[in-house]
Design a protein around this ligand. Structure first.
Ligand SMILES: Nc1ncnc2c1ncn2[C@@H]1O[C@H](COP(=O)(O)OP(=O)(O)OP(=O)(O)O)[C@@H](O)[C@H]1O
Length: 263
């Protein structure tokens, strides 16, 4: 399912946070949303998920306005994993992953065989088999992150929107998780990332957000230029193409007088 923002803006009081964004994500794509702190990445992702209602413009899913979908229909279509999701309730890992099955269940029934197999497949997929009975409160940051991803997989939605899913993960787990996301080629995926090297390595496309606007949108090798890193991120860096298609970033320092474009 293609997810599209058409000229979308979102405001808080009089401040425009997402500013006339037009952006599309197709099935099979992993769109990395990158940009400096406070540039509006999370707000844009929330607009794409229908959590924030756009003040102007529309978000469409397979051509249908998202705002016209009911909550259940939307949740069957879009799995959203936010930053640092937490709960005070004493839940097991299986309980948390089972939340992904809510849009597939009738209110009065318990878990079906399909639900149970989706929960167990989700946990296997993120490398947490055997964790079903563990208490959420006892998990490490990385295990919580993977549990949330298992919940998103168990939701079996064609669109996955992930906000900094590599937070708390060690480098091997970051690579594994990004590979896992990349392998889900049947899905339409957008992922907010701070690590530009991870974004360059695993995303098929990057959208750079600066001051609520899209400063660049395209394949990583076209988007991540030394000039853009200076203009948008306020750093100096070498961008090295290693000949095998891999893009390597070598950070050198910060620009003392950041260009401040959009800030
Ligand atoms: N509900 C809100 N009320 C007031 N201000 C908000 C709200 N949501 C976001 N903002 C502001 O909008 C700006 C963009 O926030 P957002 O979280 O989208 O940025 P971000 O690019 O994801 O940032 P970070 O990289 O730091 O996570 C920030 O200045 C933030 O304080």
């Amino acid at each position: 399912m293609t997810l599209t923002a058409h000229d979308v803006s979102w405001k808080v009081r009089s401040r425009t946070i997402v500013d006339r964004v037009t952006l599309s994500v197709d099935p099979g794509e992993v769109l990395g949303i990158v940009g400096p702190n406070g540039s509006g990445k999370t707000s844009l992702l929330r607009c794409l998920a229908g959590i924030h209602r756009a003040h102007t413009g529309t978000v469409t899913l397979a051509g249908q306005p998202l705002a016209g979908l009911g909550d259940t229909e939307r949740a069957r279509s879009i799995a959203f994993v936010g930053q640092n999701p937490t709960t005070e309730t004493d839940l097991t890992v299986a309980d948390v992953v089972a939340l992904g099955r809510i849009p597939h269940r009738s209110r009065w029934n318990g878990l079906s065989d399909d639900d149970r197999s989706a929960i167990s497949a989700g946990l296997d997929r993120v490398g947490l088999p055997g964790f079903a009975d563990r208490r959420w409160q006892t998990l490490s940051g990385g295990e919580r992150q993977r549990t949330q991803l298992a919940r998103a997989f168990a939701q079996e939605a064609p669109v996955m929107l992930l906000d900094e899913p590599t937070n708390h993960l060690d480098i091997r787990s970051q690579l594994q998780l990004m590979r896992l996301i990349g392998e889900s080629s049947e899905k339409t995926t957008a992922v907010v990332l701070h690590d530009l090297q991870l974004a360059a390595t695993f995303c098929t496309r990057l959208a750079v957000v600066d001051g609520g606007r899209i400063a660049a949108d395209g394949p990583p090798e076209a988007v991540l230029t030394a000039e853009l890193l200076t203009d948008v991120f306020g750093i100096t860096a070498d961008v090295v193409h290693d000949g095998s298609g891999l893009l390597m970033l070598r950070y050198r320092g910060v620009v003392e007088q950041p260009p401040g474009r959009g800030r």
